[in-house]
Write a protein that binds this ligand. Structure first.
Ligand code: 13P
Length: 252
């Protein structure tokens, strides 16, 4: 992990959590974070949109930030069921994940759509977390770096800076499977992403690139120690504070 990049340990709750069960977990996280007067990493939870207001209220004044999991590209309009980046900001979010592989797959989101959503997040004053990652077939077909290049080049928002944009590398085959790439494989992809960002943005040294996919307490230290890995995007192991905290502890 680079000294020049402050790690970000982020939890993506996906479609999990009701107010009654989620609040104690968030409160426990806030309590543990509060025991560190000067945390060395940023801590983020992205609950379902229904809980952002409540979780942001519980996290207020703490080191724990709250984010959305997706946003519409437009600010407002006739888009039944969608939520704009401005609405997320309004309800207490500071970040928004865009282009998660589950949205790319389940909702057919193209790189162009992801880019528009990332630009909406920036427009609203949110930090965009842009997800990229190859499928198992792409990895086995030796296409990983080509796929990553294509996604980074075509999903990166106009106006991206180290301050407003984070990249999350999440191999699709590692999500929710208990499988992770080797640290060597992670290092290759992260170095490649940083190189791509360099050619797109000029100076990419300060941009944070997270790893996601089956991160848990038992493997987090090894993954966070990989060069160019600046934090984690955690699914299942972020739902309970007792599972998430050991991952935060690798960087705090
Ligand atoms: P898991 O940590 O459950 O594998 O999920 C990773 C992920 O998709 C985070 O966005």
């Amino acid at each position: 992990m680079s000294k020049q990049r402050r790690p970000l340990i982020a939890g993506n709750w996906k479609m999990n959590g009701l107010a009654g069960s989620a609040a104690p977990e968030l409160q426990e996280l806030v309590k543990r974070a509060g025991e560190h007067s000067d945390p060395a990493c940023d801590i983020l939870i992205c609950p379902p949109a229904t809980l952002i207001d409540k979780m942001a209220g519980l996290a207020k004044g703490s080191a724990v930030k709250i984010g959305g999991q997706d946003c519409h590209a437009n600010e407002s309009g006739a888009h039944t069921g969608d939520i704009s980046a401005e609405m997320l900001k309004d309800t207490g979010a500071d970040y928004c994940i865009v282009g998660h592989s589950e949205r790319r797959a389940d909702h057919g989101e193209s790189n162009a759509v992801v880019k528009a959503k990332a630009e909406a997040a920036l427009r609203a004053g949110l930090t965009a977390i842009v997800c990229v990652g190859e499928t198992l077939a792409e990895r086995e077909g030796d296409k990983t770096l080509d796929v990553i290049s294509d996604q980074v080049r075509n999903s990166l928002p106009e106006g991206a800076t180290a301050g407003n944009t984070v990249i999350a590398y999440e191999p699709v085959w590692a999500i929710g499977t208990g499988k992770t790439p080797t640290p060597e494989d992670v290092a290759v992809v992260h170095a490649h992403i940083r190189k791509e960002l360099g050619s797109l943005m000029g100076d990419s040294e300060a941009v944070r690139v997270l790893y996601g996919g089956s991160v848990k307490g038992s493997n987090a230290a090894e993954l966070m120690a990989v060069e160019n890995v600046d934090g984690a995007l955690v699914g299942g192991a972020s739902l309970k504070a007792s599972d998430f905290w050991p991952i935060v502890e690798t960087s705090i």
